[in-house]
Ligand binder design. Structure first.
Ligand code: ADP
Length: 244
């Protein structure tokens, strides 16, 4: 299948020897918004580190757009766009300069890069800010720019690790809506969060808790007879802080 597929992915940090991920299995089809929902310490960031090969050699199999991440890492990584939790923008460069630097890393230059950058900024309603220094943008616009940057090379899989952390309610809502719209245009989107209100009834949901997938399915189906929020609390006790 295309999109993103994980089967039996496990990982233990050498420092603790404890399993941060334990037999994780799920998939995200192209054009789908899938929320990876889990409380703090569930293993979301560890999973993103594996998906982007910041950490290698997990057990199990990860496939990106049909490419095995371990056997064909270059082909697989070339099809991933990623927005990490920590911003990675050069504040003293303009939006466009940041974008063209990144386009260059993907082998795009000149007219091709300019077209791809404009298209990506336009999708996040950021085109009119292209000439501004990143430092002049608020947190929500910086985040939008990072998402636009992750789209330059037209990835088939878009990974976002808690992309609304630190944003106010309005920016959080705007970015959540933008990425839902983006998913409809083709990529398989995996959106890590611990916030149930970022998930729509049509979305897929994977609930991760202490490194294990507790449930995977449609948001409405998981919520059935209750709310997704109540179900999440029932499953994970997420109203209490889970110790890391
Ligand atoms: P989440 O992103 O869902 O909050 P993490 O992936 O950060 O979860 O953490 C999952 C588990 O792995 C936690 O128990 C955490 O303490 C542990 N962990 C995370 N990073 C490290 C690390 N570098 N070394 C050892 N343990 C870690």
């Amino acid at each position: 299948m295309t999109g993103l597929e994980l089967s039996d992915v496990s990982y233990s940090y050498a420092a603790t020897g404890r399993k941060a991920l334990d037999g994780v299995r799920f998939s995200v089809e192209p054009g789908r918004f899938c929320a990876l929902l889990g409380p703090n310490g569930a293993g979301k960031s560890t999973l993103y580190a594996l998906l982007t090969r910041l950490i290698v050699a997990p057990q199990g199999r990860i496939s990106v757009a049909g490419y095995d991440l371990a056997r064909a890492p270059r082909a697989a990584l070339a099809r991933i766009g990623v927005v990490f939790q920590q911003p990675t923008l050069d504040l003293d460069m303009t939006v466009r300069r940041n974008m063209s630097y990144f386009a260059g890393l993907h082998g795009l230059s000149g007219r091709d890069a300019a077209v791809a950058i404009d298209a990506a900024l336009d999708r996040l309603a950021m085109l009119e800010r292209a000439g501004e220094k990143v430092r002049a943008l608020n947190g929500g616009h910086r985040r939008r720019m990072e998402i636009a940057r992750a789209l330059i090379h037209k990835p088939e899989v878009l990974l976002l690790d808690e992309p609304t952390v630190g944003l106010d309610a309005a920016a959080r809502r705007a970015i959540t809506a933008h990425v839902h719209e983006l998913a409809e245009t083709g990529p398989a989107v995996l959106w890590a969060t611990h916030l149930v209100d970022e998930i729509g009834p049509q979305d897929r949901v994977v609930v991760l808790h202490r490194g294990k997938v507790l449930v995977e399915g449609g948001a409405a189906e998981i919520a059935s007879g209750s709310t997704l929020s109540d179900r999440f609390i029932e499953m994970t006790g997420a109203h209490e802080e889970v110790p890391a």
